[in-house]
Design a protein around this ligand. Structure first.
Ligand code: SF4
Length: 212
C-alpha cells in the first residue's frame, strides 16, 4: 500500500529535478559547451531510485535523446537492468559533466568543477543508497570537489540523515572493447544493485503513481 508520504516525496522530487534540469539546459558556464553542437542532458530516471549510475560526460547519441548512456555502452547497462527485471527509468542515470565535450575530447577540470553542483543537487534530491561510478574518471571527479559551494552542499547532505555508499566499476565502454569480461560486468552490476530494490520496493510505488 502506497503511503501519502511516498506520493508527496515522489512529486516533490520530480518537481525539484525538473527545476534543476531547466537550469542545466540553460547553463552556459563552460565556454564551448551547451551550444547547438554540444547540448546538455540532465540526469534521467525515477527520483525515488535507490541507486545512481554515474558516468563522466555525455556521448553524441545522448545529445539526441537527452538520456545519458544512450546506445553504445549503455547497452550493457540495459542488459544488467534487464537481468533484475528493471529498466533504465527504474534507476537514476547521470554524468559528472552534463554536456557533450566537442569531438569527444576529455572533460576539462574547469568543466568538472563547474558542473559538480548539478550532480550534488541531483544526489541530494534522489537520495540514493548507492552511487555506482562507471569508470575511473567519474570516480575521481566525484572525489575531487574543490568548489566551496559544492563542498558545503555535500557536507550538509552528509550531516543530515542521508548517507550513501560510493563504489566504482569499469566503464561499460571498457567492457564493450574487451578490456574485461562484458558478461561478468553485466552480472556484477546487476547483483550489486538488485538487493537495493528488495529493501525499497519501488515498482509498486512507481506503478501506482503512474496511474494517478
Ligand atoms: S558542463 Fe555543466 S557547468 Fe558546463 S555548461 Fe554544461 S551544464 Fe553548465
Amino acid at each position: 500500500m502506497l503511503t501519502s508520504n511516498f506520493i508527496d516525496a515522489y512529486f516533490g522530487r520530480m518537481i525539484a529535478l525538473a527545476g534543476l534540469a531547466e537550469k542545466v539546459v540553460r547553463c552556459r558556464k563552460c565556454d564551448d559547451l551547451n551550444e547547438k553542437r554540444t547540448l546538455s542532458a540532465p540526469g534521467y530516471g525515477t527520483p525515488m531510485s535507490p541507486v545512481i549510475l554515474l558516468g563522466q560526460s555525455l556521448c553524441t547519441a545522448c545529445m539526441e535523446t537527452q538520456i545519458p548512456f544512450t546506445r553504445g555502452s549503455g547497452y550493457l547497462i540495459d542488459r544488467a537492468l534487464a537481468e533484475i527485471e528493471k529498466f533504465r527509468w527504474d534507476v537514476f542515470i547521470t554524468n559528472v559533466v552534463h554536456c557533450h565535450p566537442p569531438n569527444n575530447r576529455p572533460s576539462k577540470e574547469q568543466e568538472i568543477q563547474s558542473c559538480l553542483i548539478y550532480l550534488v543537487r541531483e544526489i541530494n534530491i534522489v537520495r540514493p543508497t548507492l552511487i555506482v561510478c562507471l569508470g575511473r574518471d567519474a570516480a575521481s571527479a566525484i572525489s575531487s570537489i574543490s568548489d566551496k559551494t559544492v563542498e558545503m552542499e555535500m557536507q550538509d547532505m552528509m550531516a543530515g540523515e542521508h548517507c550513501c555508499t560510493v563504489v566504482r566499476v569499469h566503464h561499460p565502454a571498457y567492457a564493450m572493447r574487451g578490456g574485461c569480461d562484458a558478461d561478468k560486468w553485466v552480472r556484477v552490476l546487476a547483483r550489486m544493485i538488485e538487493p537495493l530494490f528488495d529493501e525499497f520496493p519501488i515498482d509498486e510505488g512507481y506503478a501506482v503513481v503512474q496511474k494517478e
